[in-house]
Design a protein around this ligand. Sequence first.
Ligand code: BG6
Length: 474
Amino acid sequence: MSNKKFPKNFLWGAATSAYQVEGAAEEDGKAKSQQDVLNELNPVTDLAIASDHYHRYKEDIALMKELGLKSYRFSIAWSRVLPNGVGERNTKGIEFYHNLIDELIKNEITPIPTLYHYDMPMALVEKYDGWINRQSVDDFAKYAELVIKEYKDKVKYWTTINEQSIIVQQWTKKNYIPKKYINNPQIKYQINHHMNLAHAMACKYVHKYVKDGKVGANLSYAPIYPLTTDPKDQLAAQNANDLRNLYYTDIYLKGKYNKSALIYLENNGLAPKIEKHDMDIIKEGYSDFLAINYYYSNTAKAPESNAERIEPGLNLSNEKGKSAKGEIQPGFYEMVQNPKLETTDWGWTIDPTGLEYVLRELYSRYEVPFMITENGLGAFDKLEDDNRIHDAYRIDYIREHIKSMAKAIEFGVELWSYNPWSFIDILSTSNGYSKRYGLVYVDRTDEDPKILKRIKKDSYYWYQGVIKSNGEIL
Ligand code: BG6
């Protein structure tokens, strides 16, 4: 099958997020986000410096230009724009994103900002427990309106909230949760409901203020396969897909909660409290596309009849891919390991075919365009004596995923953009700089920021050729 199917204007890009690269965590008026505090409580690396993108964005954009990027997906830090979450604006923070966006546009790189990437302003956590409180919806809406109006003439593509399903599955890691709530898993579905409203408000503002503006959420989406051909496992996989995937996409793309997932949550005392006009707000804030973050696939089987509930994210491994394994929703599904697939050093399955599966499954269901806003391989990269990073494993990973995108396009899927994770090395949430994703190496360790020199990896040079040939030379 040929790869000629990537449209001429396809946006070959790369991605990062604010707290994972910017640094300057409390500089120029920025206040702490919950990520800064979570990292202080469980230190992995230095968020005050991270990859120092805040000070080196021009150097980084020059590297993007040389690579040939057509798009850059990044996130805006709420607490850089509004240090208290609400109220007084931070002029320097607003100016930083103007400068960043201007520099991208000057270099013919389309900016694709995300409004929220796990970094609720700590001031709002202290004030009212953050997303747990419904006030967060209004405050996020005000922040989103401000940002969308501010950059509306420069930014056409907007993404709203990063990975709501991961925020639910790993609710104590992706949110600062006060102790009194920890034993109440219903809270995570309430947080999600507030985010659904917040997302809808942001969509509404993009449609209101941005001429030809397009908006969608970033969702981490892993296909769920049945472990065996036993119809009970098939049904368990369907149940898991309803609760872990369609529960989110049906909201974004149909304006409704997935019925069977919601009934399961209601029967188990986990459903969110939904107020009278909430579903109207959600329906009104429709999405134009879905931004998919794809890393791995999952597998499910029917649970034993006497199995007890195990929620993901609390008592299991720190990592997302692994945390799926072991989750039990009694009478519904149990997440298990897939014996057919290899895994990364962190136990995440490597499954490029799953990307074609996801794109085609979602396109048949919703018929909307997609962007890939994250996809990549976390690895222990090594700076060799020749001062290069020979990351052939990353090239293999990305190549196979691009082939799957090409096949999905051949089967009619509309795909606008591909933004591998990540452009430069970022700090991985639970693993700091020992787990690297970048096309560009940032020479630092968790303990020592050194001089943060940028070094192009082999994958950088390889991706340069992919972009130049519009996906034909892989
Ligand atoms: C995505 C997140 O879930 O996965 C990123 O949006 C994250 O923020 C990426 O870095 C990889 O996960 P991890 O845990 O390896 O950093």
